[in-house]
Design a protein around this ligand. Structure first.
Ligand SMILES: Cc1cc2nc3c(=O)[nH]c(=O)nc-3n(C[C@H](O)[C@H](O)[C@H](O)COP(=O)(O)OP(=O)(O)OC[C@H]3O[C@@H](n4cnc5c(N)ncnc54)[C@H](O)[C@@H]3O)c2cc1C
Length: 394
């Protein structure tokens, strides 16, 4: 069987590409349903884009690579598509857009777009033996246990990264890149909770507080959550993408800078109250209890000099911590690294060395912050590849 375009992976990027790549598309996935990560994303409501998307919210060895695709298929294009389908949405926070009802509406919308384009979706289908003879790709597909030989003019690799193997993530994209001589930046888990081998935060499990978390010079002001095994919450997930094994992080648990003035004020009005009680009015009491010995938080507020209050604020705003690891691919929302963008066209996502071979979505070394950016990259890169294929003369 010969087709125009074979797309591997019916996730966010693959479905978008299938809807735009023109006639003769077969899109395969080894899962029994398409878009499974979309379905479970955003707590079942899918944070499908971010109104503030620019290339600046993405990590990549080439920070400029994402610019072209993001500019040509923007968050507003996707918002228009969602609105055309009558899917109601709302902004939750920081420009993050979610479905009002269910993430399944986004999957159904993409399926409908694929149907309009006559793309064939083959589920429960695996792939082996990919080759390229200079003009065509030849592959063996195993569908419901039966082998089918297929040749295609274009091969689009949209099998994502390694995050959440339980949901079918395999790292196949990296093997295919390697097979065709493309460089792969070593993948690692991103947007992932950080762990501490001594379980030091166990007594604080469940405590959440606003924080500024800094890893390797990049800071995020969002919620911090203590867990049985370490630290989580959006501030940590964001910082984790900038963190490497062995690096320290800095946690500021008083990101609103006025604690010093508040403590001085309390010294005037409530001098007989314990310092820990006053601090517990501004920070979770369990956190103050946890820190009180290390930080020597003794005495009444009236006993504290300005210098002492300043020292307490300094310590609370620059708490140095050394994570021992991360929760890994088991829970990571994304995979950092991937197919090196040096080998790809930023306009079309096509491999420079093999015409007709495309890599899109999370498989590529472009990883967004938390907040809808990763789906926007999937939509934009999928659209860019689809458009390029559709406009290539056959
Ligand atoms: C729990 C969770 C919540 C998330 N929430 C959000 C969110 O709200 N907003 C946001 O922007 N991002 C979110 N993300 C990230 C987002 O889901 C991904 O960045 C995005 O799905 C990547 O799209 P993709 O198409 O490149 O890969 P995927 O969506 O992972 O799709 C890859 C597809 O390839 C298939 N596949 C893999 N290997 C093979 C193989 N060997 N053979 C055949 N098929 C294969 C998989 O079954 C899958 O269907 C979340 C991620 C997780 C894990």
């Amino acid at each position: 069987m010969h087709i125009q375009t074979l797309i591997l992976g019916a996730g966010a990027a693959g479905m978008m590409a299938a809807a735009h790549a023109g006639p003769g598309v077969v899109i395969i996935d080894h899962a029994k349903a398409p878009g499974e990560k979309i379905r479970i994303s955003g707590g079942g409501r899918c944070n499908f884009t971010n109104m503030g998307t620019t290339h600046a919210q993405f990590l990549s060895q080439n920070p400029h690579f994402a610019k072209s695709a993001l500019k040509r298929y923007t968050q507003w294009d996707f918002i228009n598509l969602v609105s055309d389908y009558g899917i109601a949405w709302h902004e939750k926070t920081l420009g993050q857009l979610f479905c009002d009802e269910t993430a399944k509406d986004i999957v159904a919308m993409l399926r409908s777009e694929m149907d309009k384009a006559d793309a064939q979706l083959w589920l429960n289908t695996g792939i082996s033996n990919i080759a390229h003879d200079g003009t065509h790709f030849a592959a063996t597909l195993t569908r419901d246990g039966r082998d089918t030989q297929i040749t295609a003019t274009n091969l689009v690799v949209a099998t994502g990264g390694k995050s959440i193997p339980k949901m079918g993530a395999t790292g196949l994209a990296y093997q295919i890149a390697d097979h065709f001589g493309l460089d792969v930046i070593t993948p690692r888990p991103g947007l992932v909770p950080l762990t501490f081998s001594d379980d030091k935060f166990k007594p604080l499990a469940g405590v959440a507080t606003p924080a500024r978390v800094t890893a390797n010079g990049t800071s995020f002001d969002e919620a911090l959550l203590f867990t049985h095994r370490g630290l989580s919450g959006p501030a940590i997930l964001q910082a984790s993408s900038y963190w490497h094994e062995g690096d320290p992080i800095t946690v500021n648990v008083i990101p609103a800078a006025d604690l010093f003035d508040k403590l001085r004020g309390a010294r005037e009005t409530s001098g007989k109250k314990a310092l820990t009680n006053i601090l517990s009015m501004h920070l979770p009491a369990r956190l103050i209890d946890f820190l009180k010995d290390d930080m020597n938080l003794t005495g009444n507020i009236a006993d504290q000099s300005d210098a002492r209050l300043q020292a307490i604020c300094d310590a609370l705003s620059a708490w140095p911590l050394l994570p021992s690891g991360s929760e890994g691919y088991r829970t990571a929302e994304v995979t950092l690294g991937g197919v090196n963008t040096d080998g790809l066209s930023s306009k079309t996502m096509e491999a420079k060395s093999i015409p007709g071979l495309y890599f899109i979505g999370e498989a590529v070394d472009v990883t967004g912050w938390l907040g809808g950016y990763n789906f926007q990259w999937a939509w934009s890169s999928g659209w860019a590849a689809g458009q390029a294929i559709r406009s290539t003369p056959t």
